[in-house]
Design a protein around this ligand. Structure first.
Ligand SMILES: [Zn+2]
Length: 352
Protein backbone atom coordinates (compact mmCIF):
# COMPACT_ATOMS: atom_id res chain seq x y z
CA UNK A 1 0.00 0.00 0.00
CA UNK A 2 1.44 3.38 -1.05
CA UNK A 3 1.69 5.84 1.83
CA UNK A 4 2.67 9.46 2.16
CA UNK A 5 3.11 11.79 5.15
CA UNK A 6 -0.17 13.59 5.92
CA UNK A 7 -0.93 15.92 8.84
CA UNK A 8 -3.29 14.08 11.19
CA UNK A 9 -4.41 13.97 14.82
CA UNK A 10 -2.14 11.33 16.33
CA UNK A 11 -2.48 9.69 19.73
CA UNK A 12 1.21 9.12 20.53
CA UNK A 13 0.48 7.34 23.79
CA UNK A 14 -1.93 7.69 26.72
CA UNK A 15 -2.60 11.40 27.39
CA UNK A 16 -0.38 12.63 24.55
CA UNK A 17 -1.86 13.94 21.32
CA UNK A 18 -0.15 15.73 18.46
CA UNK A 19 -1.14 17.22 15.16
CA UNK A 20 1.69 16.08 12.94
CA UNK A 21 2.58 14.30 9.73
CA UNK A 22 2.23 10.54 9.71
CA UNK A 23 2.40 8.02 6.86
CA UNK A 24 -1.09 7.16 5.60
CA UNK A 25 -2.40 5.52 2.40
CA UNK A 26 -2.92 8.04 -0.39
CA UNK A 27 -4.16 6.24 -3.50
CA UNK A 28 -7.24 4.09 -3.79
CA UNK A 29 -6.65 0.49 -4.81
CA UNK A 30 -9.15 -1.88 -6.43
CA UNK A 31 -12.62 -1.21 -4.99
CA UNK A 32 -11.49 1.76 -2.89
CA UNK A 33 -12.14 5.50 -2.95
CA UNK A 34 -10.13 8.44 -1.65
CA UNK A 35 -12.20 10.87 0.40
CA UNK A 36 -11.48 14.47 1.38
CA UNK A 37 -12.61 14.40 5.00
CA UNK A 38 -15.07 17.14 5.99
CA UNK A 39 -16.34 16.53 9.54
CA UNK A 40 -15.35 14.01 12.21
CA UNK A 41 -17.27 13.44 15.45
CA UNK A 42 -15.43 12.66 18.67
CA UNK A 43 -16.62 9.38 20.15
CA UNK A 44 -16.41 8.14 23.73
CA UNK A 45 -14.01 5.46 22.51
CA UNK A 46 -11.61 8.07 21.02
CA UNK A 47 -11.64 9.89 24.34
CA UNK A 48 -11.11 6.65 26.26
CA UNK A 49 -8.02 5.77 24.19
CA UNK A 50 -6.74 9.30 24.88
CA UNK A 51 -7.34 9.17 28.64
CA UNK A 52 -6.64 5.48 29.33
CA UNK A 53 -4.50 4.31 26.38
CA UNK A 54 -6.66 1.20 25.96
CA UNK A 55 -10.15 -0.28 25.86
CA UNK A 56 -10.27 -3.85 27.17
CA UNK A 57 -7.86 -5.92 25.08
CA UNK A 58 -7.19 -3.06 22.60
CA UNK A 59 -4.04 -1.26 23.74
CA UNK A 60 -2.39 1.71 22.00
CA UNK A 61 1.18 0.45 21.54
CA UNK A 62 2.27 2.74 18.73
CA UNK A 63 1.10 6.15 17.45
CA UNK A 64 -2.45 5.94 16.08
CA UNK A 65 -4.66 8.44 14.22
CA UNK A 66 -7.95 8.90 16.13
CA UNK A 67 -11.51 9.32 14.82
CA UNK A 68 -14.08 7.02 13.21
CA UNK A 69 -17.25 9.15 12.72
CA UNK A 70 -16.66 10.87 9.41
CA UNK A 71 -18.17 12.48 6.34
CA UNK A 72 -16.51 13.96 3.28
CA UNK A 73 -16.30 14.15 -0.50
CA UNK A 74 -14.96 11.54 -2.92
CA UNK A 75 -11.91 12.92 -4.72
CA UNK A 76 -10.54 9.81 -6.41
CA UNK A 77 -12.07 6.50 -7.41
CA UNK A 78 -10.13 3.23 -7.60
CA UNK A 79 -10.47 0.58 -10.26
CA UNK A 80 -13.70 -1.39 -10.20
CA UNK A 81 -15.73 1.17 -8.25
CA UNK A 82 -19.17 1.69 -9.81
CA UNK A 83 -21.32 3.02 -6.95
CA UNK A 84 -19.44 6.30 -6.42
CA UNK A 85 -17.83 9.04 -8.44
CA UNK A 86 -15.62 12.04 -7.88
CA UNK A 87 -17.51 14.83 -6.13
CA UNK A 88 -20.02 12.59 -4.33
CA UNK A 89 -20.74 13.66 -0.75
CA UNK A 90 -20.43 10.61 1.49
CA UNK A 91 -20.10 9.17 4.95
CA UNK A 92 -18.06 6.15 5.81
CA UNK A 93 -18.72 3.02 7.84
CA UNK A 94 -15.55 2.60 9.90
CA UNK A 95 -15.51 -1.20 10.27
CA UNK A 96 -14.10 -3.22 7.39
CA UNK A 97 -14.78 -6.95 7.52
CA UNK A 98 -13.29 -9.67 5.36
CA UNK A 99 -15.96 -9.88 2.62
CA UNK A 100 -15.32 -13.61 2.20
CA UNK A 101 -15.60 -14.50 5.87
CA UNK A 102 -18.29 -16.78 7.24
CA UNK A 103 -19.71 -13.86 9.30
CA UNK A 104 -19.89 -11.62 6.24
CA UNK A 105 -21.67 -14.34 4.27
CA UNK A 106 -24.24 -14.53 7.09
CA UNK A 107 -24.77 -10.75 7.03
CA UNK A 108 -23.32 -10.29 10.51
CA UNK A 109 -20.07 -8.71 9.36
CA UNK A 110 -19.90 -6.58 12.53
CA UNK A 111 -18.94 -9.72 14.47
CA UNK A 112 -16.46 -10.95 11.87
CA UNK A 113 -13.41 -11.87 14.00
CA UNK A 114 -11.16 -10.34 11.33
CA UNK A 115 -12.98 -6.98 11.12
CA UNK A 116 -10.73 -3.93 11.30
CA UNK A 117 -12.16 -0.68 12.65
CA UNK A 118 -10.88 2.90 12.42
CA UNK A 119 -9.06 4.10 15.52
CA UNK A 120 -9.08 0.71 17.20
CA UNK A 121 -5.41 -0.21 17.72
CA UNK A 122 -3.43 -0.77 15.59
CA UNK A 123 -5.73 0.64 12.83
CA UNK A 124 -5.50 4.36 12.05
CA UNK A 125 -8.67 6.47 12.21
CA UNK A 126 -9.89 9.29 10.00
CA UNK A 127 -8.86 12.56 11.72
CA UNK A 128 -6.80 13.53 8.69
CA UNK A 129 -7.51 15.62 5.57
CA UNK A 130 -7.84 12.48 3.40
CA UNK A 131 -8.72 8.81 3.91
CA UNK A 132 -8.78 5.82 1.58
CA UNK A 133 -11.71 3.47 2.18
CA UNK A 134 -13.58 0.57 0.51
CA UNK A 135 -16.31 1.95 -1.75
CA UNK A 136 -18.73 -0.69 -0.44
CA UNK A 137 -18.51 0.86 3.04
CA UNK A 138 -18.84 4.42 1.74
CA UNK A 139 -22.38 5.79 1.43
CA UNK A 140 -23.60 8.57 -0.81
CA UNK A 141 -25.51 11.35 0.97
CA UNK A 142 -28.77 12.92 -0.20
CA UNK A 143 -28.60 16.74 -0.49
CA UNK A 144 -30.83 17.04 2.58
CA UNK A 145 -28.14 15.54 4.85
CA UNK A 146 -25.38 17.94 5.91
CA UNK A 147 -21.77 16.87 6.49
CA UNK A 148 -22.26 17.50 10.21
CA UNK A 149 -25.33 15.23 10.31
CA UNK A 150 -23.54 12.65 8.17
CA UNK A 151 -20.77 12.46 10.75
CA UNK A 152 -23.53 11.54 13.27
CA UNK A 153 -24.60 8.50 11.23
CA UNK A 154 -22.01 6.31 12.96
CA UNK A 155 -23.32 6.72 16.53
CA UNK A 156 -26.93 6.75 15.27
CA UNK A 157 -26.23 3.43 13.55
CA UNK A 158 -25.62 1.91 16.99
CA UNK A 159 -29.06 3.13 18.05
CA UNK A 160 -30.60 1.72 14.92
CA UNK A 161 -28.88 -1.63 15.42
CA UNK A 162 -30.34 -1.71 18.97
CA UNK A 163 -33.81 -0.81 17.68
CA UNK A 164 -33.54 -3.52 14.99
CA UNK A 165 -32.45 -6.17 17.49
CA UNK A 166 -35.40 -5.19 19.74
CA UNK A 167 -37.92 -6.06 16.98
CA UNK A 168 -40.12 -3.13 18.00
CA UNK A 169 -43.84 -3.44 17.31
CA UNK A 170 -45.83 -0.26 16.51
CA UNK A 171 -46.83 1.48 19.72
CA UNK A 172 -44.36 -0.26 22.02
CA UNK A 173 -43.34 1.41 25.25
CA UNK A 174 -39.55 1.65 25.39
CA UNK A 175 -37.16 2.37 28.24
CA UNK A 176 -33.58 3.53 27.79
CA UNK A 177 -31.25 3.44 30.78
CA UNK A 178 -28.59 6.13 30.37
CA UNK A 179 -28.93 9.48 28.55
CA UNK A 180 -25.41 9.69 27.17
CA UNK A 181 -24.89 10.15 23.42
CA UNK A 182 -25.61 6.49 22.67
CA UNK A 183 -28.63 6.39 25.02
CA UNK A 184 -30.14 9.36 23.20
CA UNK A 185 -29.38 7.76 19.81
CA UNK A 186 -31.10 4.56 20.97
CA UNK A 187 -34.14 6.52 22.19
CA UNK A 188 -34.44 8.38 18.86
CA UNK A 189 -34.02 5.16 16.87
CA UNK A 190 -36.63 3.41 19.04
CA UNK A 191 -39.12 6.24 18.49
CA UNK A 192 -38.48 6.38 14.75
CA UNK A 193 -38.70 2.58 14.72
CA UNK A 194 -42.23 2.55 16.12
CA UNK A 195 -42.19 3.09 19.89
CA UNK A 196 -45.05 5.33 21.02
CA UNK A 197 -43.01 6.66 23.94
CA UNK A 198 -39.54 6.14 25.33
CA UNK A 199 -38.74 6.67 29.01
CA UNK A 200 -35.08 7.61 29.45
CA UNK A 201 -33.27 7.61 32.79
CA UNK A 202 -30.06 9.21 34.04
CA UNK A 203 -28.65 11.10 37.03
CA UNK A 204 -27.57 14.19 35.07
CA UNK A 205 -30.32 16.81 34.68
CA UNK A 206 -28.57 18.45 31.69
CA UNK A 207 -28.48 15.20 29.72
CA UNK A 208 -32.13 14.49 30.59
CA UNK A 209 -33.13 18.00 29.51
CA UNK A 210 -31.56 17.47 26.08
CA UNK A 211 -33.17 14.04 25.67
CA UNK A 212 -36.51 15.32 26.99
CA UNK A 213 -36.61 18.15 24.45
CA UNK A 214 -37.62 15.56 21.82
CA UNK A 215 -41.37 14.86 21.68
CA UNK A 216 -42.08 11.30 22.82
CA UNK A 217 -39.09 11.04 25.16
CA UNK A 218 -39.98 11.05 28.86
CA UNK A 219 -36.97 11.90 31.07
CA UNK A 220 -36.64 10.35 34.54
CA UNK A 221 -34.00 11.45 37.01
CA UNK A 222 -33.23 8.38 39.12
CA UNK A 223 -31.94 10.68 41.88
CA UNK A 224 -35.54 11.69 42.49
CA UNK A 225 -37.67 8.87 41.12
CA UNK A 226 -37.49 5.09 40.96
CA UNK A 227 -37.42 4.06 37.32
CA UNK A 228 -39.44 0.89 37.97
CA UNK A 229 -42.21 2.99 39.54
CA UNK A 230 -42.36 5.34 36.57
CA UNK A 231 -42.47 2.40 34.15
CA UNK A 232 -45.24 0.74 36.19
CA UNK A 233 -47.23 3.99 36.23
CA UNK A 234 -46.79 4.55 32.48
CA UNK A 235 -47.78 0.96 31.63
CA UNK A 236 -50.66 0.21 34.05
CA UNK A 237 -48.33 -2.05 36.05
CA UNK A 238 -47.61 -4.20 32.99
CA UNK A 239 -44.01 -3.18 32.24
CA UNK A 240 -42.15 -1.89 29.22
CA UNK A 241 -42.15 -3.79 25.94
CA UNK A 242 -38.47 -3.08 25.35
CA UNK A 243 -35.72 -2.10 27.79
CA UNK A 244 -32.44 -0.81 26.37
CA UNK A 245 -29.50 -0.71 28.77
CA UNK A 246 -27.25 2.06 27.46
CA UNK A 247 -25.37 3.20 30.57
CA UNK A 248 -22.94 0.32 30.97
CA UNK A 249 -23.31 0.81 34.72
CA UNK A 250 -23.29 -2.43 36.77
CA UNK A 251 -25.91 -0.85 39.06
CA UNK A 252 -28.37 -0.74 36.15
CA UNK A 253 -28.46 -4.54 36.15
CA UNK A 254 -29.40 -4.91 39.81
CA UNK A 255 -33.18 -4.74 39.33
CA UNK A 256 -33.34 -4.53 35.55
CA UNK A 257 -35.90 -7.31 35.18
CA UNK A 258 -38.42 -5.24 37.18
CA UNK A 259 -38.74 -3.11 34.06
CA UNK A 260 -39.82 -5.32 31.11
CA UNK A 261 -43.30 -6.73 30.78
CA UNK A 262 -43.84 -10.49 30.66
CA UNK A 263 -42.45 -11.59 27.30
CA UNK A 264 -40.64 -8.26 26.88
CA UNK A 265 -37.15 -7.69 25.65
CA UNK A 266 -33.86 -6.46 27.13
CA UNK A 267 -31.27 -5.08 24.72
CA UNK A 268 -27.80 -4.72 26.25
CA UNK A 269 -26.12 -1.79 24.48
CA UNK A 270 -23.83 -0.34 27.15
CA UNK A 271 -20.60 -2.14 27.93
CA UNK A 272 -19.89 -2.62 31.65
CA UNK A 273 -16.14 -2.65 32.32
CA UNK A 274 -16.42 -5.85 34.39
CA UNK A 275 -18.86 -8.79 34.25
CA UNK A 276 -22.21 -8.03 35.91
CA UNK A 277 -24.47 -10.35 37.90
CA UNK A 278 -27.47 -11.57 35.95
CA UNK A 279 -30.69 -12.61 37.74
CA UNK A 280 -31.66 -15.63 35.65
CA UNK A 281 -34.82 -16.45 37.61
CA UNK A 282 -36.29 -12.93 37.38
CA UNK A 283 -35.62 -12.96 33.64
CA UNK A 284 -37.00 -16.48 33.22
CA UNK A 285 -40.15 -15.76 35.22
CA UNK A 286 -41.08 -13.24 32.52
CA UNK A 287 -39.42 -15.12 29.65
CA UNK A 288 -37.55 -11.94 28.80
CA UNK A 289 -35.82 -12.08 25.43
CA UNK A 290 -32.25 -10.80 25.73
CA UNK A 291 -30.37 -9.24 22.84
CA UNK A 292 -26.87 -7.82 22.55
CA UNK A 293 -25.43 -5.19 20.24
CA UNK A 294 -21.92 -4.84 18.87
CA UNK A 295 -21.58 -1.81 16.60
CA UNK A 296 -23.93 -2.42 13.61
CA UNK A 297 -24.38 -4.18 10.30
CA UNK A 298 -26.46 -3.19 7.29
CA UNK A 299 -28.01 -0.11 8.89
CA UNK A 300 -26.01 2.79 7.41
CA UNK A 301 -28.28 3.25 4.39
CA UNK A 302 -31.33 3.13 6.68
CA UNK A 303 -29.80 5.66 9.08
CA UNK A 304 -29.08 8.07 6.21
CA UNK A 305 -32.60 7.63 4.84
CA UNK A 306 -34.14 8.38 8.24
CA UNK A 307 -32.10 11.56 8.63
CA UNK A 308 -32.90 12.66 5.07
CA UNK A 309 -36.63 12.10 5.55
CA UNK A 310 -36.72 14.12 8.77
CA UNK A 311 -37.75 11.10 10.88
CA UNK A 312 -34.82 11.86 13.15
CA UNK A 313 -33.18 15.21 13.80
CA UNK A 314 -29.67 14.81 15.13
CA UNK A 315 -28.69 18.46 14.74
CA UNK A 316 -29.63 19.47 18.33
CA UNK A 317 -27.11 16.90 19.58
CA UNK A 318 -24.10 18.65 18.03
CA UNK A 319 -22.87 20.67 21.00
CA UNK A 320 -19.86 22.39 19.47
CA UNK A 321 -17.70 22.29 16.34
CA UNK A 322 -13.92 22.81 16.43
CA UNK A 323 -11.47 23.57 13.63
CA UNK A 324 -8.94 20.87 12.68
CA UNK A 325 -6.14 23.00 14.14
CA UNK A 326 -8.09 22.98 17.45
CA UNK A 327 -8.32 19.16 17.52
CA UNK A 328 -6.28 18.76 20.68
CA UNK A 329 -8.39 21.36 22.51
CA UNK A 330 -11.48 19.52 21.26
CA UNK A 331 -10.23 16.30 22.84
CA UNK A 332 -9.39 18.05 26.09
CA UNK A 333 -12.92 19.44 26.16
CA UNK A 334 -14.34 15.97 25.42
CA UNK A 335 -12.21 14.48 28.21
CA UNK A 336 -13.75 16.98 30.66
CA UNK A 337 -17.05 15.17 30.10
CA UNK A 338 -19.23 18.26 30.49
CA UNK A 339 -22.80 17.04 31.16
CA UNK A 340 -24.25 19.44 28.58
CA UNK A 341 -22.01 18.12 25.78
CA UNK A 342 -23.57 15.40 23.65
CA UNK A 343 -21.42 15.42 20.51
CA UNK A 344 -18.32 17.47 19.78
CA UNK A 345 -17.23 17.58 16.17
CA UNK A 346 -14.08 18.60 14.33
CA UNK A 347 -14.44 20.26 10.97
CA UNK A 348 -11.40 19.01 9.11
CA UNK A 349 -12.16 20.73 5.80
CA UNK A 350 -12.37 24.45 6.44
CA UNK A 351 -12.91 25.39 2.83
CA UNK A 352 -16.46 24.12 2.38
ZN1 LIG B 1 -18.43 6.25 17.62
Amino acid sequence: MKTQPIRALVLERQRQLSLREIDLPVSPRLGEVKIKVHTVGICGSDVHYYTHGKIGPFVVREPMVLGHEASGTVVEVGEGVTNLKRGDRVCMEPGIPDPNSRASKLGIYNVDPSVTFWATPPIHGCLAPYVVHPASFTYKLPDAVSFAEAAMVEPFAVGLQAASKAKIAPGDLGVVIGAGPIGIMVALAALAGGCSRVIISDLQPQKLAIAGSYPGIVPVNIKNDRLAEVVARESDDWGADIVFEASGSPKAYECIFDLPRPGGCLVAVGMPVNPVAFDVVSAAAKEVRIETVFRYANVYDRAIAMIASGKVDLKPLISETFRFEESIAAFERAAEGRPGDVKLQIRVDEAV
